[in-house]
Design a protein around this ligand. Sequence first.
Ligand SMILES: Cc1ncc(COP(=O)(O)O)c(C=O)c1O
Length: 377
Amino acid sequence: MIHVNEPLLGQRDLEYVAECVRTGWVSSAGKFIEEFEEKWATYCCRRFGVAVSNGTVALQVAASSLGLKPGDEVIMPSFTIISCALAAIYNDAVPVLVDCDPQTWCMDVQQIKEKITARTRAIMPVHIYGHPVDMDPVLDLAEKHNLAIIEDAAEVHGAEYLSKRGTSQSVWRRCGSFGTLSCFSFYANKLITTGEGGMILTDDPNLAEKARNLRNLCFQAKRRFYHDELGFNFRLTNMQAALGVAQLERIEDIIARKRWMGREYSRQLAGVSGLQLPVEEQWARSVYWMYGVVLSETSGMDANAFAEELKKRGVETRPFFLGLHEQPVFHKRELFLRERYPVAERISRQGLYLPSGLALTEEQLNKVCQAVHEVLS
Ligand SMILES: Cc1ncc(COP(=O)(O)O)c(C=O)c1O
């Protein structure tokens, strides 16, 4: 079976983690935490980094740092992971949805405007499967309506967006550099992994301080074990951060490998009838986190049937997200009832992603493409 993701870990990863074990710095104190925070923030052109235990809590802490009030609204795409909605809900705020763009599968930025109300406090753009959201219109709206941006960059380490905003010349900006607070996941299938892990980036010292406190039980500086706010234990360990520092040293190779994979899949699958491949808009440098494909409805097959056929040929796949508006857990809470987002609905049924892990070999990629050709020919 060719697995959908296998991470590629190396000697340097082992060395840095071993150093933690050897020196006894295995918990959430130790030199690698700050080093990882500083280096990741610098890589993404931000001032502050706050490492946390995973991407889900990064979003939650980011939303919490903004001090959302009950009933405040956060606009986000339906086509995303549940973590995005949870970040709002755990802060007593309300997730408000928009559909996604049929080409990039990222939020349709043209739909944001009509969802802005007097209660809107933030927009949460989520870059999907390695491709950036069209950020300029999001930034314009946020500025115009005085809204915060919680950027979810979990899936786009190192991806770039060509911004035409505020300058006479267009500038390539890295994903993670746009949010009032920007969030990352370092789960094992991400470009940079710490096993489990996440980070919040910001340029605002007060928000950074707030996030740091929330991450660590809101211990107050004046006296140990004194708390005047509710916090969480969402700390990352030094061992996890060590893995992050080691991986960051080779991020350019990692991105190059992912871009090779994206190009090679697209080359070999171009022209397969009934199969939509990922795009790379001219304003985007995608990192092809996961190579997604969408079957046309006229192919007579949905993603489940396609996945079964590929599995028979030794190829593991994953289905696309199911839109937030179709999640039973939210219907039980009377959220999104009767809301429709046709693009999200179609791609969630017709889309899946192919093996895209860093350990995927050229031979395996060729076999995957051969299997796709076989099933769809
Ligand atoms: C877009 C997005 N946001 C958030 C997360 C949550 O990250 P984690 O799994 O580290 O909690 C993920 C996970 O893959 C994701 O894809």
